[in-house]
Design a protein around this ligand. Structure first.
Ligand code: ZN
Length: 63
């Protein structure tokens, strides 16, 4: 069993739907950058943990 949760998102660059791994123990509000596995552009995620469930509030191109 992994501590990581996954949340779905649509890439802001190529619009492909993917999942990003989120560690709920890292805080109620998180912001991090991860490359899109499809187009390799860096995406900045803003995450909020609501009742233990990670929700992506923003996913936009970084830089
Ligand atoms: Zn992409």
């Amino acid at each position: 069993v992994s501590l990581e949760d996954e949340a779905p998102y649509a890439c802001p660059a190529c619009f492909e739907r993917n999942y990003v791994g989120i560690d709920p123990s890292a805080g109620r509000r998180q912001r991090f950058i991860e490359d899109c596995p499809v187009c390799c552009r860096p995406i900045e995620f803003t995450i909020e943990i609501v009742d233990g469930d990670p929700r992506i509030t923003r996913a936009e191109l970084a830089g």
